[in-house]
Design a protein around this ligand. Structure first.
Ligand code: ARG
Length: 253
């Protein structure tokens, strides 16, 4: 009888050891590679904080999550200054930037871009009673922009640095417009709509200042990731996932 009990004990021990072993090397979750996305979460509906003030939501966050899922990776989002994003991806501090980021020839010199997934339009926000009616009226006016954005670059080129006031984000530029510190704000159309909805007395001019493409940025040294992300984004475009994500945040007019 003692021998029998000892045998049972031995079998139990072996079983539990085996189970332990299995649980040590089995879970695929723990070995999943991390995809670190850099963004600047001041840009609704592409990236902004949920009402809880902790979770970054928006079109870019969801597209990045769908890409990470396809690649079997876990997504981590890092919020930083817009102007730090490209350096962060170049230095490897982040793997990818999704930030309503416009593809430009100048940026292409420092990073690689994925396929494009959305169109952005630089528009002009003015107070309802403004005398500014089109791009031609901007000369000599004080223009508010988010520092480092294409709106900043174009306006500085065209109207000179003295006429452009840089802010850390679009909401601050719009607040300065409300205070009369700037005469207008040049910014991407979708955030513009959300800022105008959230603030009384402002409107968006009909004239478009520039039409651009949004894409993700990846280090030039990480061509393997760019290829994988592009393949995933092509599938997500083909099966309608990207359109559905965009439609969830941008209601057709
Ligand atoms: N599309 C503009 C650019 O690339 C503005 C992007 C701002 N994005 C943001 N997440 N704040 O320069």
């Amino acid at each position: 009888m003692k021998k029998f009990l000892a045998l049972i004990l031995a079998i139990l021990m072996v079983c539990s050891l085996a189970a332990c072993g299995a649980s040590n090397d089995a879970p695929a979750d723990e070995v999943k590679e991390e995809l670190i996305m850099g963004t600047n979460a001041t840009f609704p509906p592409y990236e902004y904080y949920d009402e809880d003030g902790e979770t970054i939501i928006g079109i870019d966050a969801e597209i990045a999550q769908a890409v990470a899922d396809k690649l079997g990776m876990t997504l981590t989002i890092k919020d930083m200054e817009f102007e730090s994003l490209l350096t962060a991806v170049q230095s490897g501090a982040v793997d990818i930037v999704f930030a309503g980021l416009t593809v430009t020839d100048e940026r292409k010199e420092s990073v690689d871009f994925s396929i494009t997934y959305a169109t952005g339009i630089q528009v002009i926000i003015v107070p309802n009673d403004s005398e500014i009616a089109s791009v031609d009226d901007l000369a000599g006016k004080t223009i508010g922009v988010q520092a480092g954005t294409t709106g900043d670059i174009y306006c500085t080129d065209e109207f000179g640095q003295d006429n452009v006031k840089q802010f850390a984000n679009g909401a601050l530029a719009v607040a300065a417009l409300q205070n009369g510190q700037v005469d207008c704000v040049v910014i991407d159309n979708e955030p513009a709509k959300s800022f105008v909805t959230a603030n009384d007395g402002l409107k968006i001019l009909d004239t478009e200042y520039a039409v651009e493409d949004y894409a993700a940025a990846i280090s030039k040294e990480n061509t393997e990731l760019t290829a994988k992300v592009n393949a995933a984004m092509e599938e997500l475009t083909a099966d309608g996932t990207i359109d559905a994500i965009i439609a969830k945040y941008i209601k057709a007019e």
